[in-house]
Design a protein around this ligand. Sequence first.
Ligand code: FAD
Length: 300
Amino acid sequence: MMRNFFIHISNNEFLNNQAKKWGFFLGADKFIAGTTIQNVSKAVKQLNATGISCTLDNLGEFVLDKTEASKAKDKILSLLEAIEHENMDCHLSVKLTQLGLDIDQDYCILNMTEILDLAKKYNIFVNIDMEDYAHYEQTLTILKYLRKNYTNVGTVIQAYLYRSEDDLMDLKDVRIRLVKGAYKEDAKVAFQNQQEIDDNFLRLCKKRLLDGAFTSFATHDHHIIDELKNFVKENNLDQECFEFQMLYGFRNDLQSKLAKEGYHFCTYIPFGDDWFGYFVRRLAERPQNLNLVIKDAFYT
Ligand code: FAD
């Protein structure tokens, strides 16, 4: 019930707008690396110094206004300039609904093309985050269209969807981030039971490893991470074919432990003032995060 409540308020327009005005509260700064490119570049450099690469997300989604979508695109272009000129070890994560998917598909593609042109020039990979199922088909269509001209673009597959295995088969040559899935989806399209989702996630991870296609395993679940580490050793698989990913501010000890053990590790760093939806979805995934929030509200 708590999960549904948080997911429900994550896209509440009023709360999202208020949060932009008020700035960080509820301890959101533990999970979001500030609002500016300067803030985020500091966080990247600290992680890079410990052998961890990063992927940057300029927060924002479900944009319905061209001025706002265009502003987001410009900020992402500036971010690419910063990555290149400050020599940061990182790539980009973008959301198509921030770049105008709900306004006009062609306009969104145009924005993506501008981003990918600059990213290609600087040899930077751009990952398209996967949003809710209502945008799934369109996201894959746009990805396939963009892949005709760009190899530096990939996306995310959510293991809670029944169709995830078929989609992965179709994306064998594409760099993919595999996740369990963060949205509330209907039983017609997605597993509802956590064990079924975990089992499918692990099965798909192993399949990608055997296929040798580069994959980012994005999970904080140490049971799954341990099982994957064993699977890689037992099958003598190449460590260059995968990386682990986790979100900024989550399980920091485990993040540095994996990097120290020699695994490729990448931290997903969100930044920007449009933080509310992202933050509340993290509370939905793990209500224990609420403890941190409550402690923060009362003891700081
Ligand atoms: P869960 O299934 O939430 O937890 C499993 C177990 O792991 C828990 O029972 C606990 O034992 C342990 N655990 C988990 N978190 C913690 C913690 N903080 N501290 C201690 N133990 C913990 N979703 C999308 O739909 N689209 C995306 O584009 C997307 N991108 C993502 C990118 C990254 C880098 C990551 C990490 C996630 C992304 N997600 C995305 C979210 C993802 O789909 C899951 O909702 C989210 O990762 C929660 O699942 P989990 O596998 O991390 O662990």
